[in-house]
Design a protein around this ligand. Structure first.
Ligand code: FES
Length: 178
């Protein structure tokens, strides 16, 4: 038979709840700035969106060594969002272009165009099959890893998925609204 005696609300119970609430509030207040820093909310007027990108070839048709450059749309003004990064790049940073690549081992990638040294746009060196940075001479393999510094970290990935059309991919981005 169930005990129908009401529970007593003692001073110890009250202090327990009070301490738990205080501790929870302290943790939430302490973590909030860190979470905002890691996942900044879009500024007013900016909207996260999936940006369709048209390529010359379907990702599945890329041959090892192929790299297709693409730019963020300018109407409306948009940017891609880096999924990760090192050096000057970090997850959540914006990129105004990228490369769809099949590396020489046959893996496909979609990279942000920004060099991990100080953010200059890299270019494809079609002869050597590398990405080269014109600013301070960094070079990257087609899999995004560093071939030559001063870049301290690999290229940043962009999050993408296949679009409706075989030659279209959809990349995570932001409508900047200006
Ligand atoms: S910005 Fe690319 S090497 Fe410095």
């Amino acid at each position: 038979m169930a005990d129908s005696t009401p529970r007593r609300f003692t001073r110890r119970t009250f202090l327990g709840w009070w301490m738990a609430s205080l501790l929870t509030s302290t943790v939430v207040i302490g973590l909030a700035p860190i979470l905002v820093f890691l996942w900044p909310a879009p500024a007013k007027g900016q909207k996260k969106t999936a940006i369709p990108v048209s390529l010359d070839k379907a990702m599945t048709e890329l041959s090892p060594g192929d790299a297709i450059k693409f730019d963020a749309p300018t109407s409306p003004n948009s940017a891609f969002i880096m999924a990760n990064g090192g050096g000057d790049n970090a997850a959540g940073d914006l990129a105004f272009g990228g490369f769809a690549v099949k590396d020489e081992k046959g893996s496909t990638h979609v990279f942000a165009i920004n060099c991990s040294h100080l953010g200059c746009p890299i270019g494809l060196n079609a002869t050597d099959k590398t990405f080269d940075c014109p600013c301070h001479g960094s070079r990257f393999h087609l899999d995004g890893t560093v071939l030559h510094g001063p870049a301290p970290a690999p290229l940043s990935d962009l999050s993408w998925k296949q679009g409706d059309n075989p030659k279209t991919i959809v990349v995570d981005g932001l409508i900047l609204g200006f």
